[in-house]
Write a protein that binds this ligand. Structure first.
Ligand code: ACM
Length: 634
């Protein structure tokens, strides 16, 4: 009897393990090819690692894997000789000599006896480790030991490699400062999704964040501002006598440490020094560099730009003066030090949103235009960019800029980062310049990811679906000029790391899939299934993400004297319930099936989403006054 129950118990345990193996696999970004096998591998405390002891890169990658395994399982996986054939995870370099997988690709074979990872290059092994972690149960993401009877890796054969070499995330550390440790955390998270480029937006009106030893005031003055909390662009201007206590910067040693940390994880860091606009922190430190020398302060988020319909001007001059030779001397010093610090081949010089209204009034600019035959302000900016390109190239680097650098004529070798849609990227690629696609409508992850009624307010909305629709190669463009794509996290409205995480994920999952996976492999519904699996992983890792995809967006129109509201679900299979009587709806309230008329005297519309019997969305309270204002604006 006893042995029978033992037999039953062991049968049951195998059945559990097998059922885990056949459950759906959720890898983001989707691999190029994945074949499921019936056998599976069970990782346990006796599992051995086989990795070339003489290759430091391979050892580092293996160590990255065993470190995570130890944290979550408590197992210390020992290394063993290659002759070991059972209960082994092996990392092999150069075995495949496989041209298709290139420098970043890999193969994974999972059998009952072992997991065999192979790549041409250590980067490939590293990306295989990311996939392996995603094949393991979600508890592998835990920061502390999870007691689990079985750590199963489902049987698979995977061949995988990226679609694009440039898979970027931009982190704006200027508007709000993020510490060296926080930048490392951002890198830790991005590599899980096979990003390989961190673009650090190091300078802006709200702060200069990198030590330049030959220009100490850039950080002594430019890195510090008055602290304000609220909505960017509406904050109280700093008074002269208020303490400048908010901010910070990276010393050159910090930068070196970050570059090493990133390189150990196969990430390049591209520095951005945003000029000639967005330069209030520079002119606060060195006012003589503006065309209108005076007294400037580092912006605290007060209104100093006037935005119109496609036009803008500065209320306070936040630009460098292209007619001033001293500007180029200072920039030579800046780029000398920046080029010495960063091994990456590109330096980004910004070039975006430079107001020209102070230049227009400047005698020095008028003289420059006459001397150089420049016919308008775009040509003045182009003159500036071309001079900066020469400086950057003299340091052995290539210049990249936002797509405004096309205006007035593109510098001869400049690469363009296309952010105002893909138009600038198309134009640059047609001129045979290198392009990174970063269209704001798809990949601006600082923007709201749902309706303004529930999301922290910021300029406009980019839904997860918009991010998933990101296609880096526009119709009719020669793909060889498109280096890849990038999502951008601007931080005007991001005050802390938890909110940076909320804004980044899950949209950066979507962008990762657009830049890594084959275009034909993309599938929205399957992506959402995988996103939900990764939410579980983020819960284990205690990383914040936005649940916004569960919430509907509101669309309102006038119907006679009344308002008619359509609720647009972002994903399939959910039920939306609503109220107009100020009470909190649940699944026993009216279910939304078609656009509804707002009762004449209603004050709020409340909405919540369910999946079956379980609430899954957030309770949204939409003031009817807001709906009315939206309808009036149409
Ligand atoms: C930008 O968003 N101003 C590049």
């Amino acid at each position: 009897m006893k042995s029978l129950s033992l037999l039953f118990a062991s049968f049951w345990m195998v059945a559990v393990a097998v059922s885990q193996t056949t459950s759906d696999i959720s890898i983001i970004p989707q691999p190029v090819s994945l074949e499921k096998k019936t056998a599976h591998f069970v990782l346990n405390s006796q599992t051995k690692i086989v990795a070339d002891a003489k290759n430091a890169d391979v050892q580092r990658v293996a160590g990255y894997f065993t470190g995570q395994v130890k944290k979550a399982t408590g197992f210390t996986l020992a290394q063993a000789a290659p002759a070991i054939k059972a209960n082994v995870i092996s990392f092999t370099l150069n075995r495949t000599a496989d041209k298709i997988i290139g420098k970043e690709g890999y193969t994974i074979d999972v059998t009952a006896g072992g997991v065999h990872v192979a790549a041409n290059d250590p980067a490939g092994l590293f990306y295989a480790v990311q996939t392996l972690e995603q094949l393991l149960p979600k508890e592998i993401e835990s920061k502390s030991v999870v007691k689990k009877t079985s750590w199963v890796i489902p049987g698979v054969h995977i061949t995988d490699y990226p679609r694009f070499a440039w898979r970027g995330l931009m982190f704006d550390v200027s508007r709000h400062f993020f510490t060296k440790q926080e930048v490392k955390e951002y890198i830790d998270d991005m590599v899980k999704y096979k990003y390989n480029l961190l673009h650090l937006h190091l300078t802006d009106d709200q702060g200069w964040r990198i030590e330049i030893k030959s220009l100490p005031k850039l950080t002594e003055v430019g890195a510090w501002r008055v602290e304000r909390t609220g909505t960017f662009g509406t904050l109280t201007p700093p008074a002269d006598n208020e303490p400048r206590t908010y901010g910070g910067f990276y010393t050159q040693d910090d930068i070196k440490e970050l570059i090493k940390y990133a390189a150990d994880r196969f990430v390049n860091i591209m520095p951005e020094i945003d000029i000639p606009g967005h330069s209030m922190a520079v002119v606060a430190a060195y006012p003589e560099l503006s065309c209108t020398p005076g007294t400037y302060h580092v912006s605290a988020g007060e209104k100093f730009m006037q935005w119109g319909n496609g036009t803008f001007s500065a209320l306070v001059d936040n630009t460098l003066c292209p007619a001033n030779d001293k500007v180029y001397e200072v920039l030579d010093k800046v780029f000398t030090e920046v080029a010495q610090l960063f091994p990456f081949e590109y330096i980004h010089m910004g070039g975006d949103e430079c107001a020209k209204n102070f230049w227009e009034k400047s005698d020095a600019i008028k003289q420059l235009m006459q001397k150089e035959g420049l016919k308008d302000m775009h040509e003045v900016q182009s003159y500036f960019v071309k001079k900066v390109e020469k400086i950057i190239e003299s340091k052995g680097k290539k210049l990249m800029g936002w797509d405004e650098i096309l205006e007035g004529g593109l510098a001869p070798n400049a690469a363009v980062m296309s952010w105002r849609g893909s138009k600038g990227g198309v134009e640059a690629a047609n001129m045979q310049h290198e392009v990174v696609m970063s269209p704001n409508n798809n990949v601006y992850i600082d923007l709201m990811q749902g309706d303004g009624a529930i999301e922290p307010p910021v300029y406009k909305t980019v839904l997860l679906k918009n991010s998933y629709e990101f296609e880096p190669v526009p119709e009719g463009v020669d793909p060889k000029f498109i280096k890849g794509g990038q999502a951008n996290l601007w931080t005007e409205q991001i005050y802390n790391m938890r909110h940076a995480q909320y804004m980044t994920w899950p949209r950066a999952f979507a962008v990762a899939e657009s830049v890594w996976s084959p275009k034909e492999k993309k599938n929205w519904n399957d992506f959402i299934r995988r996103v939900e699996d990764h939410f579980g992983r983020f819960d284990m890792a205690e990383i914040k993400y936005a649940p916004s995809m569960y919430d509907p967006t509101f669309e309102v129109n006038k119907e006679g004297d009344l308002l008619k509201v359509a609720l647009n679900a972002q994903i399939e299979g959910l039920d939306i319930y609503y109220s107009f009587d100020n009470s909190f709806p649940d699944r026993f309230y009216p279910k939304y099936t078609q656009p509804v008329l707002v009762p004449k005297d209603a004050v709020t519309m409340r909405v919540i989403t369910y999946r079956g019997k379980d609430p899954i969305g957030r309770m949204i309270t939409m003031p009817i006054a807001t709906l009315k204002a939206r309808a009036d604006k149409k």
